[in-house]
Design a protein around this ligand. Structure first.
Ligand SMILES: *[C@@H]1O[C@H](CO)[C@@H](O)[C@H](O)[C@H]1NC(C)=O
Ligand SMILES: *[C@@H]1O[C@H](CO)[C@@H](O)[C@H](O)[C@H]1NC(C)=O
Ligand SMILES: *[C@@H]1O[C@H](CO)[C@@H](O)[C@H](O)[C@H]1NC(C)=O
Ligand SMILES: *[C@@H]1O[C@H](CO)[C@@H](O)[C@H](O)[C@H]1NC(C)=O
Ligand SMILES: *[C@@H]1O[C@H](CO)[C@@H](O)[C@H](O)[C@H]1NC(C)=O
Ligand SMILES: *[C@@H]1O[C@H](CO)[C@@H](O)[C@H](O)[C@H]1NC(C)=O
Ligand SMILES: [Zn+2]
Length: 350
């Protein structure tokens, strides 16, 4: 309730539409709507304690023999990738209905694969992946989205694959084909049929899909829903830098004529809050003292090094502090009756 109240108050202060049915508009590129404020402007889970992405610290990875091989269905089918779209926040490729599935790998049952999309930085020389391994990020990260169970409240599972830059040009052929569509979908909302009969397998050469990390996290965009089963493969796909560069130089976050190029489409790594990352084999043993957390963007969260537990209150307190200082601004104080009315409107319907 308090979280909802804070989110609502913040949304109102930021002049966003405040209604449960209209999600607050989030972005990657402006301080007023970027990931730094999602926990304030966005509804639901963005300030939770099981958020993604995370920095995977291999020394803390525990062995889990349940992490067997996956079974992929339709990943080699030439008619499964149907449409490629510029959503204004990512490039998304939709899979045909009931064409692709994944099971095994300790997933609770059969999952529908619904789409994949990408996260990237500003060219192949800059980090653009969401997850990190020992603080290292890659130029891009590909997310295959999967769901299981009943339509209204499905269990979500994401397969994450890192994209690394190679010094070739136009390689591999599958990624040359994929990126050849970008010029046709330069503006947000543009989409086109994928006619070149690509398969998902074609796009993941060189990835041993029996070696991966597993942890429980969230969607990496608002509303940051938790309970997402994450799989991060250890191997990366090598894509030539010229093709990686096309993402940050070809597609725009709105109409081509009046908006920035789509760059830096990633969320910063989130605190681990005591969660355990597992893999087929444990990470290399460390002797001696726990090392300090590596140089990620998640500063300000100091956990107990033994349990990793951090009280979520620190997050709420930060939000409150921000709001209190905003509320003491005299011009906002003048608007207080109006704000109160809007707040009541926000709180009452739920
Ligand atoms: C492996 O699966 C078994 C049976 O479901 C479960 O009891 C056990 O806790 C699992 N092990 C790990 C490391 O998750
Ligand atoms: C991306 O890189 C280009 C040049 O490499 C630069 O001109 C541009 O300002 C950068 N964009 C962002 C958002 O950093
Ligand atoms: C897979 O998706 C279809 C709709 O595309 C749905 O009808 C079906 O129940 C889903 N199956 C699973 C296992 O989630
Ligand atoms: C899905 O719904 C059916 C019927 O409503 C129910 O029997 C089944 O247990 C549900 N499955 C899951 C995974 O929640
Ligand atoms: C690409 O070439 C540059 C300079 O020739 C080199 O520094 C870099 O390590 C190479 N990158 C890869 C991925 O081979
Ligand atoms: C995108 O451009 C349209 C038309 O110029 C404009 O009305 C709209 O506000 C823009 N949207 C964003 C999110 O900037
Ligand atoms: Zn994603």
């Amino acid at each position: 309730m308090m979280n909802a109240f804070i989110a609502c108050l913040a949304a109102c202060l930021l002049h966003e539409v405040c209604s449960a049915s209209t999600p607050v508009s989030w972005c990657y590129h402006r301080p007023s709507c970027s990931d730094a404020v999602w926990s304030i402007i966005a509804e639901k889970d963005c300030d939770g304690t099981q958020q993604s992405p995370i920095d995977i610290v291999t020394a803390d990875v525990q062995a889990n023999t349940n992490l067997t091989a996956f079974t992929f269905t339709g990943y080699n089918d030439r008619a499964t990738l149907t449409e490629i779209e510029n959503t204004g926040r990512t490039i998304k490729v939709t899979f045909g209905d009931q064409k692709m599935y994944v099971e095994g790998g300790d997933l609770p049952g059969l999952f529908n694969s619904t789409q994949f999309h990408l996260h990237w930085g500003n060219g192949s020389a800059t980090p653009g992946s969401e997850h990190a391994v020992n603080g290292k990020r890659y130029p891009m990260e590909l997310h295959i989205m999967n769901e299981a169970g009943n339509g209204s409240d499905p269990v979500l599972s994401v397969l994450g694959i890192f994209i690394e830059a190679s010094n070739d040009t136009g390689k591999p052929e599958s990624w040359k084909t994929l990126t050849s569509y970008l010029a046709q979908i330069a503006s947000a909302g543009d989409k086109t049929h994928v006619s070149d009969k690509l398969t998902m397998d074609d796009l993941l050469p060189g990835v041993d899909r029996t070696k991966y990390y597993r942890y429980l996290g969230s969607l990496t965009t608002p509303s940051c829903d938790e309970g997402v089963i994450w799989t991060i493969f250890k191997d990366s796909v090598k894509v030539s830098q010229d093709l990686i560069d096309l993402f940050s130089t070809t597609v725009y976050i709105n109409q081509t004529t009046n908006s920035p190029l789509m760059t830096n489409t990633f969320r910063a790594v989130q605190p681990i809050y005591g969660r355990i990352v597992t893999s087929q084999v444990a990470g290399p043993k460390t002797t001696g003292l726990i090392k300090p957390t590596s140089g990620t963007k998640t500063t300000g969260f100091v956990g107990n090094p033994t349990t990793g537990l951090i009280t979520p209150r620190s997050v709420i307190k930060t939000s409150l502090t921000k709001l209190t200082s905003t509320a003491t601004n005299p011009s906002l104080a003048l608007n207080f009756p109006l704000l109160s009315a809007v707040l009541l409107y926000c709180i009452l319907p739920s």
